[in-house]
Design a protein around this ligand. Structure first.
Ligand SMILES: NC(=O)c1ccc[n+]([C@@H]2O[C@H](COP(=O)([O-])OP(=O)(O)OC[C@H]3O[C@@H](n4cnc5c(N)ncnc54)[C@H](OP(=O)(O)O)[C@@H]3O)[C@@H](O)[C@H]2O)c1
Length: 338
């Protein structure tokens, strides 16, 4: 079947050629901020389309957000166009998983403050008490066992960690004594439903957040949850900032309730290009704390050539499936929010 798609943001020329090389002959694409006329395409590739884009696309069957996640504005819009299916790309899960481990190790080993000291020729960290924690034989609790969480789980296993995870669509199982049992065991990884969270937190030497931001996950980790973690716990968030309560996170790190954190996702982002050099990522001075590693939402590594190729390949897989009349992968449940 002939399928056409319009990409609202034209990829770099090399990425576009790569995409075209991987498309089947029945797929044609157009690119750019102006919609083609006539607007006959069936698939629109855009993360944050405007209402007029959808109104001006009479044949539109699917909207592809070219990353993992559903921005709030896109969700609101998509709810008013229920006949348009929304899809994600999970092309960068490998890159995000690697960065998750970099943040986990860097936070657990306090690499950043040691680096900062040694740059100032200060060797004292070598001789003082070492705040680093061992991860081997400790427990990682991974919230969100999807494309990213599953890769992170394997990497944590490779470090010799015991791994527990949660996902939304597994059934709750409790033993007769009331204790949680894993709803499924994937290799050596125990997977639990969200309701088991309170039982998992006291075991989480590393709490790793790989969740989407939805009405169920916003504010999921607050002061009460952080207080349930074992002593010297490390938190890593690569999901979305708002999943962890901002004030509670700052205070837990400041007061030592949380031993360390590696954060890639934030509460406040630059609104335009000029603001990129002076936008605090949080309303709280998290950046003054030595026990935090900060990364500017870089896990997905935009514009890293290899990851862009993965994005184009994932997009080609989706468009080729449409041309073959097959179901498109990675459907987003707009009601649920991921
Ligand atoms: N930092 C970055 O650069 C970056 C890059 C990519 C993505 N992300 C973030 O990471 C998120 C996950 O990405 P992904 O590719 O792994 O998505 P995914 O494959 O859709 O995985 C999401 C996982 O979260 C689980 N989940 C959803 N709601 C839950 C809840 N209330 N409690 C427990 N588990 C829940 C899902 O459960 P089911 O399996 O049962 O559906 C699924 O396992 C994205 O939505 C985005 O916010 C960040």
């Amino acid at each position: 079947m002939k399928i056409s798609a319009h990409l609202l943001h034209a990829p770099e020329p090399a990425s576009l050629s790569y995409l075209q090389e991987h498309l089947e002959p029945d797929v044609t694409i157009t690119t750019g901020p102006d919609l083609p006329e006539p607007a006959g395409y069936h698939i629109l590739v855009a993360g944050r389309p405007q209402r007029e884009h959808l109104v001006a696309s009479p044949n539109l069957k699917a909207l592809v957000i070219p990353w993992a996640g559903l921005p709030a504005s896109t969700r609101e819009l998509a709810l008013t166009f229920p006949h348009i299916a929304v899809h994600n790309l999970h092309h960068n899960s490998r890159a995000v998983a690697e960065m998750t481990m970099a943040l986990l190790l860097s936070a657990a080993k306090f690499i950043v403050p040691m680096d900062r000291a040694l740059r100032a020729c200060d060797w004292r960290p070598r001789y003082g008490l070492n705040p680093a924690v061992m991860l081997e034989a400790k427990t990682a609790v991974i919230l969100g066992y999807g494309a990213i969480g599953q890769r992170v789980a394997k990497l944590c296993r490779a470090l010799g960690m015991h791994v527990l995870a949660t996902r939304r669509t597994v059934d709750a199982l409790r033993s007769e004594e009331g204790a949680w049992r894993p709803a499924l065991v994937d290799g050596e990884i125990e997977v639990y439903p969200p309701a088991a969270l309170a039982a998992l937190l006291p075991q989480a030497h590393a709490l790793i957040i790989c969740l989407p931001l939805t009405s169920e996950t916003e504010g999921l980790i607050g002061a009460q949850e952080l207080a349930q973690l074992p002593s010297r716990a490390v938190l890593v968030n690569v999901g979305r900032g708002a999943i962890v309560d901002e004030q509670a996170l700052y205070e837990a790190l400041r007061d030592g309730v949380l031993h360390a954190a590696g954060l890639d996702v934030w509460y406040n982002y630059p609104q335009d290009e000029a603001a990129r050099i002076h936008t605090p990522p949080s309303a709280y001075p998290i950046y003054e704390l030595d026990n935090v590693v900060l990364s500017p939402h870089r896990s997905g590594t935009p514009r890293l050539e290899a990851v862009e190729q993965e994005r184009m390949r994932a997009l080609a897989t989706l468009l080729n499936a449409a041309a073959r009349g097959e179901p498109l992968p990675n459907r987003v449940d707009v009601q649920v929010g991921y």
